[in-house]
Design a protein around this ligand. Structure first.
Ligand code: PBG
Length: 329
């Protein structure tokens, strides 16, 4: 017998052979594209740290969504940049708020029927201080209040569902918000609207460019008292347990690339649908390397997405959604 008997290279000889034995696949319908909706008309404002990503007024966002639908992309995730901000973030639950208007415009457009419209639910884009909850001040000290924030977040979720969101996705990381949102949705007649909770969301440096895109950087302090410590895997499982017990229909992990082990652990332990969010910093970092000619754009992009799928994600929120859908054809 010739040595070695096992020659794994036999199955790598041609693209046809590799394709036959490929274990993980990407398809456009498992990609979700984030949209940042801003006031005005005809506005398409480039986000400096995210090449190819824009702040879009409602009319432009509808066009962008139509492009996504034509590419076979599964859904869009909506973020709002309101006209005005206040301490409470009242724009988040305004029936005529920026995201609510975008949702209504998108629901009215038949061309967008193939897209799942997902509304991010949080206060940070709407609060003057940029935190994801209400601030309680005590002299020099401040704290992000949990329960009063949850009540407002639940109100925002119901308002977004009524405006047309197919899924609501709370990204605030307050305790108890999934249950409060479920109750608010049911009370608003939205028993059939699923909740996709950002169940394990880490306090990450990789959100940097997003905060320019969504104008949501905290004006003081950081998010470490509500978003998770990046060192903790077991705690991530407890977060997911909690959200599942409160009625989450699906979960979203975030960021993706630096937390592939958390995605894998979640896949092995939970049976509900799970997405992963390849966040702004992951996108910008790759783009910076593309611009310098240091990485091949298409290959590096597809490899980054494939690794998230291989880790176990059913779907991926990514700023590469359109580019990847074009590659996938
Ligand atoms: C809002 C929110 C953030 C992101 C999604 N929802 C920012 C944050 O928590 O600071 C980040 C997305 C990205 O970086 O692409 N709570």
């Amino acid at each position: 017998m010739n040595f070695p008997v096992t020659r794994l290279r036999r199955l790598r000889k041609t693209e046809a052979m590799r394709s036959l034995v490929r274990e993980t696949h990407l398809r456009p319908e498992m990609l979700i594209y984030p949209l940042f909706i801003c006031p005005g008309e005809g506005v398409r404002k480039q986000i400096l740290s995210m090449p190819g990503v824009f702040n879009l007024s409602v009319d432009e966002a509808v066009k962008e969504a139509a492009e996504c639908a034509a590419l076979g992309i599964g859904g869009v995730l909506l973020f709002g940049l309101p006209e005005a901000k206040d301490e409470q973030g009242s724009g988040a639950w305004d029936a005529d708020g920026i995201t609510q208007r975008a949702l209504r415009a998108m629901k009215a457009d038949k061309m967008l029927d193939s897209l799942v419209l997902i509304a991010d639910v949080c206060l940070c884009e709407y609060t003057s201080h940029g935190h994801c909850g209400l601030i309680a001040r005590d002299g020099e000290h401040y704290a992000i209040e949990n329960d009063s924030s949850v009540a407002l977040i639940a109100k925002a979720a119901a308002s977004l569902a009524v405006a047309g969101a197919d899924i609501v996705a709370p990204s605030d990381m307050m305790d108890g918000r999934v249950e409060a949102i479920r109750t608010a949705l049911d009370a608003a007649g939205k028993q059939d609207t699923p909740i996709m909770s950002y169940a394990a969301k880490f306090a990450s440096a990789f959100y940097g460019p997003f905060r320019e895109a969504a104008d949501s950087a905290p004006q003081f302090g950081d998010r470490k008292t509500y978003q998770m410590d990046g060192a903790n895997l077991r705690e991530a499982m407890r977060e997911i347990d909690q959200d599942v017990a409160e009625g989450a229909d699906m979960v979203l992990m975030k960021p993706a690339g630096p937390y592939l082990d958390v995605i894998r652990a979640t896949r092995e332990r939970f049976d509900l649908p799970m997405g992963a969010y390849q966040v702004s910093g992951e996108y910008s970092m790759l783009h910076a390397a593309f611009e310098r000619g240091w990485l091949e754009p298409e290959r590096a992009m597809m490899e980054s997405l494939l690794s998230i799928r291989r880790a176990g994600a059913d779907f991926i929120v990514t700023y590469f959604a359109k580019d990847a859908a074009r590659v996938l054809g």
